[in-house]
Design a binder for this molecule. Structure first.
Ligand SMILES: Nc1ncnc2c1ncn2[C@@H]1O[C@H](COP(=O)(O)OP(=O)(O)OP(=O)(O)O)[C@@H](O)[C@H]1O
Ligand SMILES: [Mg+2]
Length: 246
């Protein structure tokens, strides 16, 4: 593992008025890793991602990217630094075509650069290539999620943050999405993933953090957390067949 984390969160506290949604958490993501942030509804996962992306101002602590603090940065600066967020509920521009949506993700980059990035996205998500000229509003939920992820990747981020990308997708599409996330990570993009599909998230990620009531309850290699009694009882439920066979 590399010495310096790509993302390093220390003592992060975020409040909504009197509600302390995140209570002094520490979290690291190293270059090349895929890290999962698990937690029940209201645990503080989205708040953590929003703080990283400068959409919420922390009440305390620090967030460092490649060793430099992000505090004081404007949200618009993050793409330039190499950070891209796929927010909760796939957000695409419904009245723009697939191609136009992708172009928005690489806004300001040279034309050849945009074309190369788009070719990469069409290779990774063949459905998007098929519907290149279609309005985003006409895509299925799964296709819109792929478009939202592809748009974030168009900036060729070093760190991709995803907030519950599988939410509302049919099981078959969820499997496909996780395979694509694995490929994106294998291609060199570091990933921090917030997910409710705990088995799948743990099966594709290297390490995971479990967040409860704004604090990190436990963390470790994803494989180890799959065997953790508390994690199993609280997040994993029934053991799937594929994990029983060694
Ligand atoms: N805009 C807001 N104003 C006030 N409280 C908020 C706001 N957004 C979130 N909260 C509260 O902060 C806490 C953490 O919320 P957050 O959205 O980060 O949780 P989460 O882990 O992402 O949950 P979920 O799995 O439901 O998405 C919750 O108690 C929530 O009610
Ligand atoms: Mg959330």
């Amino acid at each position: 593992m590399a010495e310096t984390p790509l993302l390093s969160i220390r003592g992060l506290t975020v409040r909504y008025g009197d509600v302390e949604a995140v209570r002094g958490i520490d979290l690291d993501v190293y270059p090349g890793e895929m890290v999962t942030l698990l937690g029940a509804n209201g645990a503080g996962k989205s708040t953590t991602l929003k703080a990283v992306c400068r959409l919420l101002e922390p009440a305390g602590g620090d967030i460092r990217f490649e060793g430099a603090s992000l505090l004081g940065r404007a949200p618009e600066e993050l793409v330039g630094l190499g950070i891209a967020l796929v927010p909760e509920r796939r957000r695409v521009f419904p009245a723009l075509t697939v191609t136009e949506n992708l172009e928005m993700g690489a806004y300001g980059r040279p034309r050849e650069w945009v074309r190369a990035a788009m070719d990469d996205m069409f290779a990774l998500f063949p459905a998007l290539a098929r519907y290149a000229r279609k309005m985003a509003a006409g895509l299925s939920g799964g296709e819109q999620q792929m478009l939202a992820i592809a748009r974030a990747l168009m900036s060729r981020p070093k760190l991709l943050l995803l907030d519950e990308p599988s939410l509302g997708l049919a099981p078959l599409l969820v499997d496909q999405l996780f395979e694509q996330l694995r490929q994106i990570n294998a291609g060199g993009t570091t990933v921090l993933l917030v997910e409710q599909s705990a088995w799948l998230a743990l099966s594709v990620s290297h390490r995971a953090y479990v967040m409860e009531s704004g604090a990190i309850r436990t963390s470790g290699p994803s494989r180890a957390l799959m065997q953790d009694d508390h994690v199993r009882a609280a997040y994993l439920g029934v053991t799937p067949e594929w994990l029983k066979t060694p």
